[in-house]
Design a protein. Structure first.
Lengths: 443, 451
């Protein structure tokens, strides 16, 4: 029986070794991938043991805070409509928005030196969570949310000088206080409530590009605003769709300025053709339409595409270029502020481990998109903002845009509104009311 | 150095080292609540838990010392490694159980006392294990009858699931655990007696009851002897089929696989024919394929093993959580009491290996695999040095049983093989399992002694 016993012992030794090896594979090689899984409940258990930091608005109002006894901390969002900015913390669905971006600070890990972290880890102690501050003004945010109401769309209100985002609304949205219960229906909802339309919704710009195109035409010396424009009221065909003036000009003999104010597409298709694809391409680069705006939460931009063959279509915003409402708010800031395109800013300060506040810089730098001369000429034509429509998709679903700024002299606030249902007057009402609130409240 | 000490001293030194480890683990666990709450002001409940943990550590030390003393009295030249190894694994397992579920920790402490007494009893029994050999059919039928009783009186202590236990007055016994020990004893006795007739068919016909030896030259099977061969194999296959039927009808997948594998190993040990292993492996695969199509329980386990990521919150919840726990532990572990192994379902029983890996890390995991590996190694050594065929077969069968069960559940927990719902020998919570394994250790200790 001796050889059998020897062989068996060898086989057992090999199999024990194989088990150890497999354990090592999961605990070492696959460690990161497994612990990062959304169904690893340890992450949320750790979260519950520490009081996660508070997210404040610019005036110190709490936007997200943790409460409850240690070990059972619950995250609470007093303004659920701010979910597109704040995101969520969930045991099952992970992190999103500012909660995800500022996690290491809110969670308390960042900023400590390695020795503190090691000691805390050794003792199983959690470092206290720290607070962060956003540029959001919750009063203006609430106004924006109530103005938008049930309509699908987005609003971005900026401080045109600093680029700070004062309000950012995207509707429909979700309530992060009840995320776990509502998640399945949120994911299946055809209205896409989890999508942040303001920063991540790419829309056909249509007439919303007109201020930018006009400025480029002025820069190129192709147009004079007060001169009559030949067949300014003509219809423009873009694919199977037809575009015409937003409001009836009454006469066919109108100036470029009047065509701009009435949202007539023809002059801009014409100017686009004269400018040519290369100049338009440069223009879109100058306004950073091809770049995802650098704020902490996810943003997007449409990929760069060759415009040479379809310059007129590109100039009326019916080409390959799609923009987000945030892009438009930044562009209108440049018109309002002598051509200076601001660097957007959202996460403005964080608490240091010693409790003091440390302000955070913008993630990009402001640049000059236009010369002051051309920006001011366009600005003068839109004291009450600029309304526009865009036709989206093959069936030509109408989108309504509004961009504007206030006050007229030394403008401080810039707004962009998008409504998916295409009610231009409503978009203008939302934008103008929000600007009035901003001017009167002076955040 | 330990290596040069005589066996007696060696055993005591190793036991002292094991005690040091288990007492340190208990002390660490007693301090968890304060570490977790980050304060030294402890509530009453915390002290309560601390007392419980030290109570278990105390009981464990008493048991280990009593076993060392008693076994040395009965068997002066027994294997000096087996007791320290087994007590270290058991003590470590109990520390983990206390950490996971103090209620089960208390019960396991009581079972440890009972199991130690049973093990000492086995080593003190007079005679030459002849009682085990002589009454083999009685033992086996008794075990089968006990198992059959679960058809009628079976319960599940947790209130749901397969009813594999017999219970009375708050104490539950899983007859299948006892049956596996009795089956190995029966097979060892049967194969030792009939070895010649079963595997060597040269020469003249012999009575199945003769113990005479014959030259081992001719292996081919003359047709005229076919009936004889069948006659020898039949009772064996019948007994086997019967026990398998009982287990499959109870849906205890792990135990029936274990039985069949141990049966094959013992057949191989007795015959030396690899063909048995190959044919048996083919049968096992055939059984697995049939089981996959016939029994939901098999299909669910196999699918959860093959692709757990397809349904991580449903049917493969256990295995996915188990792997996440191993990953959460990393190399050094979260530290005793500082992980979250209670998130794994039935962590104190089937998944104790994963719970241990989370808090003690891969180092702990390797250590447990290594300790069990050395136990198996010592077992095979005992089998090699045993005196007679019966003793060799018994030792080999017992240690194969321990080794296979350990490999099946550890392999299941790390997704090497499908999960089979067995206990990890000496470590998992489970009274019947602990008792049976300690009796097996008692038998191995006896077999290791030449006195």
């Amino acid at each position: 029986m001796t050889p059998q016993l020897h062989r068996l012992a060898l086989a057992f030794a090999a199999t024990f070794f194989l088990v150890a090896l497999t354990g090592g594979y999961w605990g070492f090689v696959r460690r990161e991938a497994l612990t990062a899984r959304a169904d690893n409940p340890r992450r949320i258990l750790i979260e519950r043991r520490i009081r996660r930091g508070t997210i404040y608005d610019r005036n110190g109002a709490a936007l997200a805070e943790s409460s409850g006894p240690p070990g059972e901390f619950e995250r609470h969002y007093p303004y659920p409509a701010l979910a597109p900015v704040l995101g969520y913390v969930s045991a099952f669905y992970g992190l999103a928005g500012v909660e995800a971006v500022a996690d290491s600070v809110l969670h308390g890990d960042a900023g400590h030196d390695a020795l503190d972290l090691w000691q805390a880890d050794l003792l199983g102690v959690s470092l206290p969570g720290r607070d962060v501050r956003l540029s959001i003004d919750i009063r203006l945010q609430t106004t924006a949310d109530s103005l938008l109401g049930d309509q699908a769309g987005a609003v971005v209100l900026l401080d045109a000088i600093t680029g700070e985002i004062l309000a950012l609304a995207s509707h429909p949205t979700y309530d992060a206080n009840h995320l776990e219960a509502e998640w399945p229906s949120l994911v299946d909802d055809p209205r896409a409530p989890l999508l942040n339309r303001a920063t991540f919704g790419l829309y056909q710009p249509g007439g919303a590009l007109q201020p930018v195109i006009l400025a480029a035409a002025l820069r190129a010396g192709l147009a004079e605003v007060n001169a009559p424009f030949l067949s300014a009221t003509a219809q423009v065909g873009a694919g199977d769709l037809t575009l015409r003036c937003l409001s009836d000009p009454g006469s066919q003999e109108i100036t470029l300025a009047e065509a701009f104010q009435r949202g007539c597409p023809w002059p801009f298709a014409d100017l686009g053709g004269q400018l040519g694809g290369r100049a338009l391409d440069q223009l879109f680069r100058d306004f950073r339409f091809y770049e995802a705006p650098a704020i902490v939460i996810p943003t997007t931009a449409s990929p760069h595409s060759n415009l040479t063959s379809e310059a007129p279509i590109a100039a009326i915003g019916q080409g390959a270029l799609n923009i987000t409402p945030l892009h438009l708010a930044l562009a209108v800031s440049a018109i309002a502020r002598q051509g200076a395109l601001p660097a957007p800013h959202l996460l403005t300060a964080e608490q240091s481990p010693d409790g003091s506040w440390r302000s955070l810089p913008s993630l990009s730098h402001p640049i000059a998109a236009l010369a002051q001369e051309h920006a001011d000429q366009v600005k003068a034509l839109m004291p009450n903002g600029h309304q526009a429509i865009a036709l989206a998709g093959a069936e030509g679903k109408m989108l309504a845009w509004f961009s504007g700024f206030a006050p007229f002299t030394d403008s401080r606030y810039a707004v962009a509104v998008l409504l998916e249902e295409g009610d231009v007057e409503e978009a203008a009402r939302v934008g103008r009311t929000l600007l009035e609130s901003a001017v009167s409240q002076r955040p | 150095m330990v290596t040069y000490l005589p066996g007696r001293r060696r055993e005591l030194v190793l036991l002292a080292l094991a005690s040091g480890f288990v007492l340190t683990a208990a002390a660490a666990l007693a301090l968890i609540p304060s570490a977790r709450a980050n304060t030294w002001r402890l509530s009453f409940r915390v002290w309560d838990l601390g007392f419980g943990i030290f109570g278990f550590a105390f009981a464990w030390v008493i048991c280990a010392a009593a076993a060392a003393w008693a076994v040395r009295r009965a068997l002066p030249d027994h294997d000096p490694y087996l007791l320290p190894l087994v007590y270290l694994i058991t003590g470590w397992g109990m520390a983990v159980i206390w950490r996971l579920a103090p209620v089960f920790g208390l019960r396991q402490t009581i079972w440890l006392v009972v199991s130690t007494a049973a093990m000492i009893g086995v080593t003190w029994l007079p005679g030459d294990l002849r009682w085990l050999r002589r009454y083999r059919y009685t033992w086996l039928l008794g075990g089968l009858a006990l198992t059959a009783l679960t058809f009628v009186f079976g319960v599940n202590p947790s209130g749901f699931g397969e009813r594999l236990w017999l219970g009375c007055c708050g104490v539950y016994l899983q007859p299948a655990e006892v049956l596996k020990l009795l089956l190995v004893a029966f097979l060892a006795a049967y194969l030792a007696d009939k070895r010649e007739q079963l595997f060597q068919h040269g020469g003249a016909m012999r009575s199945p009851f003769s113990d005479s030896h014959s030259p081992t030259s001719d292996f081919h099977l003359p047709l005229s002897n076919l009936r004889t061969t069948l006659a020898y194999f039949l009772p064996l296959l019948l007994m086997w089929g019967f026990s398998i039927v009982i287990l499959i009808s109870q849906r205890d997948l792990g135990m029936s696989t274990l039985f069949f594998a141990v049966f094959l190993i013992m057949l191989y040990l007795a015959s030396g024919r690899t063909a048995y292993l190959l044919a048996g492996a083919a049968l096992l695969i055939l059984g697995a394929v049939l089981g996959y199509y016939l029994f939901d329980v098999v299909r669910v386990r196999v699918e959860a093993w093959w692709n757990p990521w397809a349904d991580p919150s449903g049917r493969s919840y256990q295995i996915v959580q188990s792997l996440i726990a191993v990953a959460a532990g990393g190399l050094l572990g979260r530290g005793p009491g500082l992980g979250a192994p209670t998130l794994i379902p039935v962590a104190h029983s089937d998944f104790i290996f994963a719970a241990l890996a989370e808090e003690w890390g891969l180092l702990g995991l390797f250590a447990v695999v290594g300790l069990l590996g050395v136990v198996v190694f010592r077992g095979f050594r005992i089998a090699l040095q045993a005196r007679g065929t019966f003793e060799q077969l018994l030792a080999g069968g017992l240690i194969a049983l321990v080794g296979l069960q350990a490999l099946m559940i550890m392999g299941g927990v790390v997704k090497l093989v499908p999960l089979t719902g067995l206990t990890l020998p000496f470590m998992s919570y489970g009274g019947s399992s602990l008792l049976t394994h300690f009796i097996m250790v008692g038998l191995l200790l006896r077999l290791s002694s030449r006195a």
